[in-house]
Design a protein. Structure first.
Length: 321
């Protein structure tokens, strides 16, 4: 057996151990191969065991949100307890919920489908580990003891401008993440169409602002994040931290795939000095804009957008957040 095959088998066995108790993870569940993954080490603070377990927990949840077998994605989250409905539940209860979601008989699911899922999750975790060099964290923020005082120096000004661009990009990413979580919350609550449509519009606006911030950073500094001494995973070097600007944007969470032309349109329409109402007006006046917005909502919620409903009319209530 090749070293890669051995590693896959080891990770799959450790993932099966994780499955027994499910999420949230506990220290005694976490095997050494999983904790040694570069993607876990990059997220953890040094060799602190608690930090490593939290990092693995976050990485596992991230990969469950990205299960490559889309028909089994919901079942995988239910099985591991990433779905609030099964978080903290027994393995038997989680298996039953996952089997029902995947429309399999429980015994067949446990014998045939579950091993495939644990193997797939193990493979995704390993791939994430191989891509750890592309992992970065947002700049650390610390309480300031006083107002910032910069020297009258062109290099200090340029460094500060870079920090501004970086903060703008990360700020846009976190605001998009907040809106994506809001959409997910409303979907899980089976919220009424007006509120859900509004949340989707806000998420699309925030996504457009991320695309705009990423484009502005790329135009000014290139497609790879410049090393600044901050925002780099502990233990990595500046060369190893060469994260692409677009990969920072993806940290907000899953968003519906868009064509390059659609991304370009959104970046052009997103004006950081204006609010959501301005963006929505210009989007719906643009060619392909209404269909883009409808497809975005459908993909995020699983529900077709009601384009004729009052929630899609632009009025004074469509104010910026």
């Amino acid at each position: 057996m090749t070293p890669t095959g051995t590693m896959n088998d080891t990770l799959a066995a450790e993932v099966r151990v994780l499955l027994r108790a499910g999420l949230p993870l506990r220290t005694e569940q976490c095997g050494p191969a999983l904790l040694a993954l570069p993607a876990v080490r990059a997220r953890a603070r040094g060799d602190d065991p608690d930090s490593q377990v939290r990092a693995l927990d976050a990485l596992l949840r991230e990969q469950l949100d990205r299960v490559e077998h889309r028909e089994l994605a919901a079942a995988a989250r239910l099985l591991f307890g990433a779905d609030p409905r099964t978080s903290g539940a027994t393995l038997t209860a989680r298996r039953a919920a996952a089997a029902a979601a995947a429309e399999y008989e429980a015994h067949h699911f446990r014998k045939r489908v579950e091993p495939k899922l644990t193997g797939l999750v193990a493979l995704q975790l390993r791939r994430a580990g191989e891509e750890a060099a592309l992992f970065t964290t947002a700049p650390d923020l610390r309480a300031a003891s006083g107002r910032p005082v910069l020297p009258a120096d062109v290099f200090a000004w340029e460094a500060t401008q870079h920090q501004q661009a970086l903060a703008t990009l990360w700020g846009a990413v976190y605001l998009l993440r907040a809106e994506l979580l809001e959409v997910a919350r409303l979907v899980s609550m089976d919220a009424a169409e007006p509120g859900l449509a509004g949340a989707c519009r806000t998420a699309l606006w925030r996504h457009a602002l991320v695309l705009r911030a990423a484009r502005d950073y790329r135009d000014a500094y290139g497609g790879v994040l410049l090393h600044t001494g901050i925002g780099t995973a502990p233990g990595t070097t500046p060369s190893a931290a060469g994260l692409g600007v677009d990969q920072i944007a993806a940290r907000a969470g899953w968003t519906p795939p868009l064509s390059p032309a659609q991304e370009l349109l959104l970046a052009e329409l997103a004006d950081p000095s204006q609010g959501r109402a301005d963006f929505s007006t210009r989007l719906h006046a643009s060619e392909g804009g209404p269909s883009l917005a409808a497809a975005w909502q459908h993909a995020l919620t699983g529900r077709p957008a009601d384009l004729d409903g009052p929630d899609h009319r632009l009025n004074e209530e469509d104010a910026p957040r």
